[in-house]
Design a protein around this ligand. Structure first.
Ligand code: GDP
Ligand code: IMO
Ligand code: MG
Length: 422
């Protein structure tokens, strides 16, 4: 069986932290979609690590880490991640496996991302500009460049042809973006040589064999359900299926092999980049969440927008993913509010609704809140369920009743140790 861990909001729920906490119970951790648009933060033993493409199980001695076929890899960023691991004396070569079917992000994919965003002007998606959209476009357009292509003699010719096409497309966009292709390519080719020293495998074969031999596997999602290409707030989404189904296609596992689906959410909501966000706050409550929660993107450093917990959206994400257990993050950030608000219905085109509709832009949706008493205790030093304040337990019960799934982990700080089983 394979368990999944998925973000239920707009990303940055704390997936990296929880995967790191759970890894001791798994033989294999696998990423199945997304790429270096992700930034997963792990904090333990006084060190902070941010991973973009490498699975968050890499710091554990025994577990293997697989970058699945659904992931898109930028060798330049991957190399930087490896350099950081080497600095911390992590022997990554023996426990990092890369799918031959994973697609490569070329330097010109990144340029295309920038050109597309520049052309969109005010309507831009707020992409991380890592080349994610253009790389997945080449994948579904059947023009992509895969890790496995590197084994063929003509790989460089393939690279040149694709790059030439991209340069023509950039011309077509007719926007001003500065770049020095030679410099980008030097960096890219150098990083490719490092990548080649790793193990490239048929990861679907590896994962399925591992399941047969009774190994435990955790699939680590990137982004969040509301950024899913099909079910998110399109077009302000990423270019992959971030939801449970993405783990099947992104690793080659059958749906009936899925065990637990861990759904992870912040006790409030954040979003980085553009797009609708019904519970967004523009007042001092929102500023307080941003400040106390240190809400800055782990990949781009951009300030994250903050707002109250949206239970309509959370219930939608639980449904689409088949979540079996919830994990609530950053409860510590909400300490000190007398009253908390959670969104329980939307007003949509003149009607009160309790589901996530086609369009949730401000002109179509406004929110209705239920107020819940807050807590004032400092949670960050707590380590046992019975220490948690009653008001926090009531908040959790409200969420559980609303979405119909139990909360099993409460996170009370960024460190690996600040994690409470409830
Ligand atoms: P991911 O992309 O889902 O892995 O999440 P990120 O790493 O991008 O963002 C989560 C941020 O919240 C990181 O800075 C974490 O160190 C931090 N964090 C995770 N859990 C908690 C928590 O329970 N409390 C606090 N205060 N910070 C947390
Ligand atoms: P993790 O895994 C939060 C957002 C971007 C932008 C949109 C599209 O750390 O939770 P893209 O670069 O994919 O073209 O950007 O998606 N986005 C994320 N937001 N966390 C992430 O990953 C994200 N990955 C992409 O900000 O709005
Ligand atoms: Mg993140």
């Amino acid at each position: 069986m394979i368990d999944l861990l998925l973000g239920l909001q707009w990303g940055d729920e704390g997936k990296g932290k929880i995967v790191d906490v759970l890894t001791k119970d798994y033989d294999i951790v696998a990423r199945f979609q997304g790429g270096p648009n992700a930034g997963h933060t792990l904090i333990f033993d006084g060190h902070k690590h941010v991973l973009h493409t490498i699975p968050s199980g890499i710091f554990h001695e025994k577990s293997m880490n697989v970058v699945g076929n659904g992931v898109v890899i930028d060798p330049v960023i991957f190399k930087k991640e490896l350099d950081n691991l080497a600095k911390h004396h992590i022997d990554y070569k023996s426990k990092l496996l890369i799918s031959k079917k994973a697609h490569l992000i070329l330097p010109t994919h990144r340029l295309l991302d920038a050109a597309s965003e520049t052309m969109k002007g005010k309507a831009k998606i707020g992409s991380t500009l890592k080349g994610i959209g253009p790389t997945y476009m080449d994948k579904t357009g059947r023009n992509g460049f895969r890790i496995g292509d590197l084994q063929f003699d003509n790989w460089e010719e393939k690279y040149r042809n694709l790059t030439q096409k991209h340069l023509k497309m950039i011309d077509f966009y007719d926007v001003d973006i500065d770049f020095d292709l030679k410099e980008l390519e030097n960096e890219f080719f150098e990083a490719l040589e490092v990548l080649r020293t790793l193990q490239f495998i048929d990861s679907e074969e590896y994962i399925n064999n591992a399941m047969v031999s009774g190994k435990t596997i955790l699939a680590e999602g990137a982004q969040g359900s509301l950024l899913d290409i099909d079910f998110g707030t399109y077009p302000f989404v990423t270019s992959s299926n971030t939801t449970a189904a993405g783990a099947c296609t992104g690793l080659g596992v059958a749906p009936n092999k899925i065990g637990e689906v861990f759904g992870i959410f912040k006790a409030y909501t954040t979003r980085v980049g553009s797009g609708p966000f019904p519970t967004e706050l523009f007042d001092e409550d929102g500023e307080r969440m941003a400040k106390v929660g240190n809400e800055f993107g782990a990949t781009t450093g951009r300030a994250r927008r903050c707002g109250w917990l949206d239970l309509v959206a959370l219930k939608y994400a639980v449904q689409i993913n088949g979540v079996t257990q919830l994990m609530m993050m950053k409860g510590d950030v909400l300490s000190g509010f007398d009253t908390l608000k959670v969104c329980t219905t939307y007003n949509y085109k003149g009607k009160e609704i309790d589901f996530f509709p086609y369009n949730i832009e401000e002109e179509n949706v406004s929110v209705n809140y239920t107020e819940i008493k807050g807590w004032h205790e400092d949670l960050t030093k707590m380590s046992k369920a019975d220490e948690l304040p009653q008001s926090l337990n009531n908040y959790i019960s409200f969420v559980e009743d609303f979405v119909g799934v139990p909360v099993k982990i409460v996170s009370v700080g960024p460190d690996r140790k600040q994690t409470i089983k409830v």
